[in-house]
Design a binder for this molecule. Sequence first.
Ligand code: NAD
Length: 248
Amino acid sequence: MAELTGKTALITGAARGIGRSTAFELGELGANVVVNYQQSKEAAEELCGQLTKKGVKCVAIKADVSREELAEKLVKEATEAFGAIDILVNNAGITRDRSFLKMSREIWDEVLGVNLTGPFNITHAVLPGMVQAGWGRVINMASVVGQTGNFGQANYAATKGGIIAFTMTLAREVARKGITVNAVAPGYIETDMTKDVPDSVKEHVASITPLGRMGKPEEVAAVVGFVASPKSSYLTGQVIPVNGGMYM
Ligand code: NAD
């Protein structure tokens, strides 16, 4: 029997990138998968179709995680589909880069709304079920930028630093309830989020990364798979870097 057989994983922002790879990883480990998407219905349904062909039970559910009522509806529908949510991957995220002096309140609020309030909304709705079950895994997608800061990303870095602090706090609060809470902190990963980064920046990133290249979404997903599995039973409150050694 696969490690996650009988468990259900909800992955936010899973239609592409790291979320999509995570859906494949957790599905391969035996979990039922809830693919949350915001707009990409076609991509989400295509992903679910591929997973179903592999024998994974999958549903795609639309929701903007930054909106509390929609986040609650997502969790309700996911729970109705599979009975419970055992694994939550708070993956949905956006960037809206500007140097701080030029940063408008609008893009500050937008990034905080998705990257920080999103995980609040979803986790708040999922956690009571995990407490009742006495088992759960919450995995938050942080970033190396939340550990180092980054020029032009005051909003994004604040959310990723914030999610690390949220992870440690929640880990302390729910540890005795059988729930672990960890963060995965990717470095620069080849996804739509980084596709428009200028080549000069990509070359610089490669040059300061001991492994000498950007990462691939499946390399992040593999770590999420371990953190989600029963094998990680003594791991909580941690930030697990997947950054090619860029920050250590
Ligand atoms: P991506 O842009 O390919 O995927 C992000 C996904 O989140 C998209 O499918 C998008 O539709 C979804 N999303 C955005 N706003 C949403 C909302 N309000 N509600 C629901 N879904 C929403 O980017 P990615 O690289 O796969 O990023 C995934 C996560 O990894 C993000 O949290 C990101 O900050 C983090 N991360 C990425 C990198 C990188 O280099 N790519 C590095 C560190 C951390």
